[in-house]
Design a protein around this ligand. Sequence first.
Ligand code: FAD
Ligand code: DLZ
Ligand code: SF4
Length: 515
Amino acid sequence: GARLIFILGDQLSPSISSLKDASPGRDVILLCEVADETRYVRHHKKKIAFLFSAMRHFAEEMRQAGFQVDYIRLDDPANTGSFTGELERAAARHAVERVCVTEPGEWRVAEMMKGWAARLGIPVEIREDTRFLCSRAAFSAWAEGRKQMRMEYFYRDMRRKSGLLMRGDAPEGGRWNYDADNRKPAVPDLFAEGHAGFSPDATTGRVLELVAARFADHFGSLEDFRFAVTRADAEMALDHFIEHHLALFGDYQDAMLSADPFLHHSLLSAYINVGLLDPLVVCRRVERAYLEGKAPLNCVEGFIRQIIGWREYVRGVYWLKMPDYAQANFFENDRPLPDFYWTAETDLNCLKTVISETRDNAYAHHIQRLMITGNFAMLAGVRPADIHRWYLEVYVDAFEWVELPNVIGMSQFADGGFLGSKPYAAGGNYIGRMSDYCETCRYDVKKKTGEGACPFNALYWDFLDRNAQRLRGNPRLGPVYSTWDRMGGAQKEDTRASAARFLAGIDALPRTYGQ
Ligand code: FAD
Ligand code: DLZ
Ligand code: SF4
């Protein structure tokens, strides 16, 4: 009998499992823009525009393929504002016998789906999301009995499973991981090739107007919208990345430059996450570039590891640990998120730069997220739930299954070391080495305490001191605690006082946004 195939906003792939045996003459495809999804956190304006435009283009693509597509716009007067409400209305409109949907990316929506069959009175088939190499069940089996999990071993399994960069049973080049060759600081290069950008078409133009009118109070700028919103354009972005950036991806993966928010990163995460690009197809294309001699192994291996390693791994951890994971707070932090995360009004130049770029582009690259905004929040003792919500709101690629483990586990160490082995904490030294932010900052990155000293320096030691009971036992932190122990009493007191003064200053700032 006829089926209603419900496609969520991050399921925009013709090969999605819910469409697998779909029949254009018989089945109806439903997509809906709903207020609940735009408001459960107040997403960046560009993120909403990207999603709506990509959804509208996908609907058109499916119509071209012969399907009957029912598309509900946000401003449709009858729109109930929720997935459940829209599914119910559509099921009544189309006299279908059953509903078919692919499992959602978020726990919140999975809970919602559990009630659908009873509510509608017809069968609701929820299919596995086969866009991932490792199913939720396979990950649970792998994780079974492990107290701590390490990405590296999981990644090797995914290499074997996919056959990517494998010579029989051995890794290409003889090593699994070439990270030791990566991580160089960058220098500004006026002649570097830019990234692919796409001018808004008429559909995107209408969406931009809708978002400007409806979401004026959300964070972020709508200016200069350049995202791909179709599969064809996303593929062009992939080609452009492989052609112009892949060969330098690894070398400068951890570098940060004021003049260049993107460096040699791919900017493909949002396209992969919503289904415009298939992660395995992306990896095979990148592997081919290596086999054709267009990019070195350290770059290609590093890139593929991010996708079949980290991306799959964090998804596994998310489903293994939800819903409790969202509440994790290992350090028992209680500081609200400082207001400058919303306004970019701070004289710490590194934070100001990354937050301004985030506001303008709905994007920051990995090391900016991890070592600037993430590191600062952890050192300052910000509530993990606050900083989690911020990341979920501000990045175009943010969906909870990938955002939450990266924030709670990798960046805040709020899970106490389940996902990663040590906190990514760093003082100004690291930021000074990997970026040019300090060169134009009003603080002195070399100065440890007192007037004009880089606040990251005292915060770093104060964080370790404050959490000594929780962290001292960590073997990877042994050398750092030895350094702290060797400092004289006066120097320790100076450090604590500097950090306290700085934190009192943040606490005194007014809070105007995002409460
Ligand atoms: P590139 O540097 O070009 O990397 C290539 C691809 O690898 C990315 O497109 C992405 O698909 C994948 N990838 C790389 N690192 C990770 C990772 N740690 N986890 C999962 N996939 C990864 N990524 C998201 O997709 N959504 C998020 O909401 C998100 N939140 C993050 C929050 C924090 C605090 C941190 C530290 C990282 C977060 N990441 C998130 C991971 C990573 O920062 C982004 O995937 C990356 O910056 C996207 O830019 P890119 O496409 O240019 O990546
Ligand atoms: C993020 C988002 C937003 C802002 N709006 C919609 C929407 O209107 N309709 C829709 O189908 N999906 C939207 N999404 C993506 C969903 O939140 C996402 O599919 C779920 O969180 C599951 O990952
Ligand atoms: Fe950031 Fe400190 Fe460098 Fe200023 S000096 S940019 S605050 S690390």
